[in-house]
Design a protein around this ligand. Structure first.
Ligand code: CTP
Ligand code: MG
Length: 248
């Protein structure tokens, strides 16, 4: 096929190597269950639900037992036949884990999604909207929502432990809470990971540092990140609501 007619191929990298310190003691966060199914499996299903995603790379906690457990979980849960799955060990930081996932991508993939295992419930429509925006030419795409809370910027943390001083209140209407999957032109994301060494909390900010445009598509309230114990309660409530709605 010529370049013009070759369809773009999309892979999803799922960083799942974090411990989940804020969730409290227990198994690595991605391996904890939501309504009996590990969070990671929910996240993998959310990516594989998109017909555009032909490969899912899971970045597992780096210890051998967890990597083995992830492989067993993928083998034991029903997943779409049309999707390939690869498991690689992760790193010390999220950024490092994503890089290790990118290193595992085969040739022929030109669109890459990066999706937190900790966002197990993102709807497929959000995934597809991100992919479509990349295919239409954006080098980087983030799903995002307006904020409910007003945000204050505070001074750098003080040594004396005194109350923090507020230094600014950014205009809330122009702020967005950013979710995943974030979508990228593969070459742009790889370049960002090779170039940017600062500590960052998402992949799109690395592309911003390259000076490339990053665009926003609507996020979804069900794409929230499971971070603290109360988020587990919310996630299980969302699953219960889906089950009830499926009954009609
Ligand atoms: N992650 C990763 N490798 C790391 C750290 C984080 O792959 N070294 C992944 C997590 O597994 C998660 C995603 O990055 O899916 C988002 O990170 P976060 O929500 O912070 O998860 P944890 O780092 O596991 O949680 P905590 O910060 O509370 O320890
Ligand atoms: Mg973390």
């Amino acid at each position: 096929m010529s370049d013009e007619t070759r369809p773009s191929r999309t892979a999803a990298v799922i960083p799942a190597a974090g411990r989940g310190v804020r969730l409290g003691p227990g198994a690595p966060k991605a391996l904890r269950a939501l309504n009996g199914t590990p969070m990671l499996i929910h996240a993998v299903r959310a990516m594989a639900a998109s017909r555009s995603v032909s490969l899912v790379v899971v970045v597992a906690p780096p210890d051998e037992a967890s990597s083995a457990e992830v492989k067993t979980l993928l083998a034991d849960h029903a997943l779409p036949e049309r999707t390939d799955f690869v498991v690689v060990p992760g790193g010390e930081s999220r950024q490092e884990s994503v890089k290790l996932g990118l290193d595992a991508l085969p040739p022929g993939i030109d669109v890459v999604l990066v999706h937190d295992a900790a966002r197990p419930l993102v709807p497929v429509d959000t995934v597809d909207a991100v992919i479509e925006a990349v295919r239409e030419g954006a080098p980087a795409v983030v799903p995002a929502l307006p904020l409910a809370d007003t945000v204050k910027q505070v001074e750098e943390s003080r040594a004396d432990g005194g109350p923090e001083l507020v230094v600014a209140t950014p205009e809330r209407a122009r702020l967005r809470a950013v979710q995943t999957p974030q979508g990228f032109d593969r070459g742009t994301l790889v370049r960002a990971h090779e170039t940017v060494t600062d500590n960052v909390t998402d992949d799109a900010s690395m592309v911003e540092q390259l000076g490339e445009p990053v665009v926003v598509v609507p996020g979804h309230e069900e794409a929230f990140k499971v971070t603290r114990p109360l988020d587990l309660v919310l996630a299980e409530a969302v699953l219960a609501r889906r089950r009830a709605n499926d009954g009609f």
